[in-house]
Every structure is written in C-alpha cells, then in structure tokens.
Ligand binder design. Structure first.
Ligand code: NI
Length: 136
C-alpha cells in the first residue's frame, strides 16, 4: 500500500450531511475511507466506458433450453470467445429454464459484443452484464 497523503476539501454543509448519512448507512468508520472508495469506484467506472480498457465481466442469462438451435449457438459463440472466457457454469432452474454464468476478462468492447450476441439468441429470456475494472 502506498503512503497516505492528507488533503483538505471545501464542501457545502448540506452535501456533507448527505455524505455522512450515506457513510453511516454503508458502515464507514470515517470519511477518509468513504472518499477513497468513491474515488476508486469512479475511476473504475471511467475505465469500463473506455472500449479499449481491459476489464472483468460477469455475463449471466436465463434461457429455455428447448428453443431450437440455442445450445448450438451458445456453444459456438463461447468457443469463438474462448480466450476471453475464464469460467462458466450452468444451473438447471426447472424443467425448461437454465441459468448460465460466464466470467470474462478482456477489452470492454469485446465483452459487450459477446454479451450482446448471447442476449440476442432466440430462447434467451433475460440477460445481465456486469462490468468491473481495477482502478489502476
Ligand atoms: Ni440446464
């Protein structure tokens, strides 16, 4: 961990009291830790919107495995992206529905492209993409 540096900031009373209620809700012990987390979070968010940035992602989706071609399409698109995929798992939710979770690591643009092709397949009922980045 690098050396801690102190700095002062000016802030409106109202904004500070909102920040303090946020901090107590989030169980922060002091404002410094909360400010550090907000900065890290903001820097990571900036990286996620940069298409060339290297990020991590979770692609999760629910689909009906009876739909024609769905298994073949999912298999093909995942083999085409084998370099980006770190891990995947499959859960049989009920008689018809499956949940699949894929953990990926690549450029933001590639991950978004993969997620969009999966979510576009006939039979995929709901899809979520979560992107994360290291702030460094
Ligand atoms: Ni299944």
């Amino acid at each position: 961990m690098s050396k801690l540096v102190r700095f002062g900031i000016s802030i409106e009373n109202e904004l500070l009291s909102l920040f303090d209620s946020y901090n107590s809700k989030k169980k922060y012990k002091n404002r410094s830790e909360a400010v550090r987390d907000l900065i890290r979070d903001k820097l990571a968010d900036e990286k996620i919107v940069d298409p060339g940035a290297f990020v991590f992602g979770i692609i999760s989706f629910v689909y009906d495995h009876h739909k024609r071609e769905i298994q073949k399409n999912l298999n093909t698109v995942q083999h085409d992206s084998y370099k980006s995929i770190q891990f995947s798992t499959h859960i049989h939710l009920d008689h018809d529905n499956c949940l699949e979770i894929i953990i990926v690591r690549d450029k933001a643009s590639k991950i978004k492209q993969l997620a969009e092709s999966i979510f576009g397949f006939k039979g995929v009922k709901q899809g979520k993409l979560t992107l994360m980045a290291s702030y460094k």
